[in-house]
Design a protein around this ligand. Structure first.
Ligand SMILES: Nc1nc2c(ncn2[C@@H]2O[C@H](COP(=O)(O)OP(=O)(O)OP(=O)(O)O)[C@@H](O)[C@H]2O)c(=O)[nH]1
Length: 452
């Protein structure tokens, strides 16, 4: 029986299409380790590392009792970065708070603290990073805008100031005691001015952020990354406060705290094709046959408890990704069964493939249930390009009359009868999927070109 079905599908390819045979290999998204819980939604508080403090220190050596200030600056705190990686199949469990490392403090001898290590959170491709609990984007008021405009060169001023202040002149020993006392007074004024400038700078940055609104990034490509929290800048060492009046500043600044953001990470798998079907329709068997992903298959409902994505590799290196989501049932939108949680993984599929059990009593009713559930989840989802995969066509007694009725009830949807278990008509299916997805990809490309 098995040999017959294999040769059946092989002759079909040659007779029906000249499309290359799909090479069955590879699965990108496989859960590592058994019993691991599938995570596709996380809430986390991300914190950039705090900056290290600046240091107060003076140069000392033989015959130089009062050398110039030489305290190093504190290092910047690490950033928190979210990066998409094709090696990840699901979100990893993270603590409630994720922090990058803090910068080291400055040290004597002009040694600056090292920068804190960035915290890189690797997530699967298709993860959306969304900031919550942040003020919505709003246009600035006139006053705020004026303020912002008057300070636009602040960044440059700050860079210039840093250049000006980092130098280590030798101490002028001819300064009298009165001069030094006067200098100390003016130094505190100078330090106050410095802190004012710094505060202004940070207020300016916050205003700039206001215009942007909460962070929202969709990581759709391998290696794409976003800095979600900046590390706090390090403090300044005492050479920064060296003025003509005060040659021995005993003053350094503390590092700033890193940025804090409350984030939601939501994985919405990006697959070309989304398999949607009632439990036991044979979705997992089908995915295993066309892609060599190996979801568990068994003759009971809800065998699959989380989404699987498999890659169909064709001989000419063409690839399609197919997502199998756990069986939907009537009332899933009321959280019956596994609910709607997994439908987010077909939301972005270019093509929806309804998998129905052709040997069942009324496959057309099953199809209607699926379409109703999709509409209840996201109105308009059923208008997405779709096709029907009529599985279990090997059970001829019921499948044959059902196929005709199904076709009559859904004349607009292409129907491909297959038998996933016996590998029947699978090549026809994979070549049809390729043709449809290819057309959609070309249309998408044309749309993108016309928009740019
Ligand atoms: N006769 C026949 N049985 C099939 C075929 N495809 C799948 N089956 C059987 O149907 C049962 C259910 O198959 P699964 O692939 O686990 O179905 P599923 O849709 O993934 O089910 P859930 O995991 O509950 O969503 C298994 O016992 C399969 O062997 C087919 O083409 N013909």
């Amino acid at each position: 029986m098995h040999a017959w079905t294999r040769s059946f599908s092989a002759t079909r390819i040659l007779a029906v299409d000249n499309d290359p045979l799909p090479k069955r290999r590879s699965i990108d998204y496989k859960l590592r380790g058994k019993g691991q819980q599938f995570i596709d939604f996380l809430r986390v508080e991300a914190r950039g590392g705090a900056g290290g403090d600046g240091c107060v220190s003076f140069h000392r050596e033989k015959f130089v009792a009062k050398g110039p200030p030489n305290g190093g600056n504190g290092g910047r705190g690490g950033h928190v970065v979210v990066r998409a990686s094709s090696d990840e199949s699901m979100l990893r469990r993270l603590g409630r708070v994720c922090s990058a490392k803090r910068g080291e403090h400055g040290q004597g001898g002009g040694r600056h603290g090292t920068t804190g290590k960035d915290l890189v959170i690797e997530v699967p491709i298709g993860t959306i990073v969304r900031e919550v609990e942040a003020p919505a984007a709003r246009p600035l008021t006139e006053d705020e805008q004026d303020d912002l405009d008057s300070l636009t060169d602040l960044e440059q001023q700050r860079i210039d100031r840093d250049k000006r202040w980092v130098y280590y002149p030798r101490m002028d020993t001819t300064i009298t005691e009165e001069q030094e006392a006067a200098g100390r007074k003016s130094f505190f004024k100078e330090a106050e001015r410095f802190m004012d400038e710094e505060d202004k700078y940070y207020r300016w940055q916050v205003k700039k952020e206001l215009r942007k609104g909460p962070l929202y990034v969709d990581l759709t490509e391998d290696g794409q990354e976003v800095v979600v929290c900046q590390g706090g800048p390090g403090g300044y060492g005492n050479p920064h406060f060296l003025t003509n009046d005060n040659r021995s500043p005993k003053w350094a600044t503390r590092g700033r705290e890193g940025q804090v953001r409350h984030l939601e990470l939501e994985l919405k798998t990006i697959a070309d094709i989304g398999l949607v079907g009632l439990p036991n329709a044979g979705k997992s068997t089908l995915l295993g046959v066309i892609s060599n992903a190996h979801p568990k298959q068994a003759a009971y409902a809800f065998t699959t408890l989380h989404p699987y994505v498999g890659t169909v590799d064709y001989i000419d290196k063409y690839q399609l990704t197919v997502a199998d989501i756990p069986g939907l049932i009537q009332g899933a939108h009321r959280n019956v069964g596994l609910g709607h949680a997994f439908l987010r993984h077909v939301e972005r599929a270019k093509l929806l493939a309804y998998v129905v059990d052709l040997s069942g009593q009324a496959p057309w009713d099953d199809l209607q249930v699926l379409r109703n559930e999709l509409e209840a989840y996201r109105p308009g989802l059923t208008r997405r390009q779709s096709l029907i995969i009529a599985n279990k066509a090997d059970l001829i007694a019921t499948a044959k009359p059902n196929l005709a009725t199904l076709q009559a009830k859904y004349p607009d949807l292409p129907i491909i009868p297959v038998s996933a278990r016996y590998d029947k008509n699978i090549v026809k299916l994979t070549s049809s999927l390729r043709k449809i997805v290819d057309t959609i990809r070309q249309q998408d490309q044309a749309n993108r070109n016309s928009h740019s």
